[in-house]
Design a binder for this molecule. Structure first.
Ligand code: ATP
Length: 313
């Protein structure tokens, strides 16, 4: 499908998020713009502290935008909204967190945890309907009816993340921000949670913004990948394109850090270290530019020319 034919669900335009004031202020997100298409999985990748979570939290209206705007289904959702509009955003855009143990109320039963959003938004006709919805989603995430009377501490990390998923999906969202949803889990159960996310996407046409610091995790689940460094976008491309033709040196360094299963190759592998001082941005202004096929790279005009030559050689 051509990018022009896709429906834009969410658009982030020239977003800045600044923490603190005056001389102590810190720009965590710097002039970030990208679109998310309906039904796709877009991953936001970059090292710790690069501003990924801040972008997610700006979308769900936890972090205020210092500049720019966020448009969801053609409507601006950053800044002031009516109570009704705010509730609609909170219901339709759900966030799943990295550490399920920190995000689940330890004193509540699983049934209450899954029902909480339903109660808050009155998303059920009667008690029978609420129970039916909770039981149905419990089954869909692979938990058992008897789990509903238990408490979070009785569950493994993977099961807790299933509970986290159940309480988001039961709200019937359209868009899910998954912030490092598998990073805290054992490697052996990561694939189960990813498969579950994929299943819900297929069945319900969900759109995902997937946040991760590790490119290897997002390689096979993403349609497109946004690489971010110190609050700025360095590169945006379809997943296969990014791995086949990484252009920005920071993207190349992230790819070089992915472990290779073969120990001999792994041992002799050259790790690339990104040095931002390699760019000369004193004479030429850098910007995020489309190489011509939807593959966007941050660079000065002469760097972009070089990238185009390499890409289309
Ligand atoms: P991680 O992978 O570690 O979660 P991240 O890329 O998601 O990293 P953010 O959590 O978005 O990064 O943080 C970006 C920067 O903004 C960090 O330097 C962080 O310390 C800072 N920051 C985040 N929230 C706040 C806040 N409420 N007040 C001040 N600084 C903040």
């Amino acid at each position: 499908m051509d990018n022009a034919e896709k429906e834009v669900l969410l658009s982030i335009r020239n977003l800045d998020v600044v923490f603190g004031r005056g001389r102590k202020s810190f720009k965590a997100v710097d002039n970030v713009s990208f679109d998310i298409y309906k039904g796709e999985t877009l991953s936001l990748v970059g090292e710790s502290g690069s501003g990924k979570t801040t972008i997610g939290r700006a979308i769900v209206r936890i972090n205020p935008c210092s500049a720019g705007e966020i448009v969801y289904k053609g409507k601006r959702i950053s800044g002031k909204l009516s109570r009704k509009e705010d509730r609609e955003v909170v219901r339709t855009i759900q966030m799943i967190f990295q550490d399920p143990s920190a995000s689940l109320n330890e004193r509540a039963t699983i049934e209450y945890i899954i029902s909480e959003g339903l109660y808050n938004f009155h998303l059920y006709k009667d008690e029978k309907d609420r129970i039916a919805k909770v039981e149905q989603i419990t089954k869909e995430v692979g938990l058992l009816p008897e789990h509903l009377t238990r408490y979070p501490h009785e569950f493994s990390g993977g099961q807790r993340q299933r509970v986290g998923l159940a309480r988001s999906i039961v709200m019937e969202p359209e868009f899910i921000i998954a912030d490092e949803p598998i990073s805290a889990l054992d490697v052996s159960i990561r694939a189960q949670v990813l498969n579950l996310l994929k299943k819900f996407q297929r069945e319900r046409g969900l759109t995902y913004l997937f946040i991760a610091h590790d490119l290897s995790i997002v390689r096979f689940i993403s349609d497109r990948i946004v690489v971010i460094y110190k609050g700025r976008i360095m590169e945006i491309a379809e997943s296969e394109e990014l791995f086949a033709f990484p252009m920005h040196p920071y993207t190349k360094s992230l790819i070089s850090a992915i472990p290779v299963p073969d120990p001999i190759i792994e041992k002799s592998k050259k790790l690339l270290v990104y040095d931002p001082s390699m760019h000369d941005y004193m004479t030429e202004q850098p910007g995020l530019t489309d190489l011509g096929n939807g593959h966007m790279v941050f660079g000065s005009p002469s760097e972009i020319e070089k990238y185009k030559k390499i890409r289309f050689a």
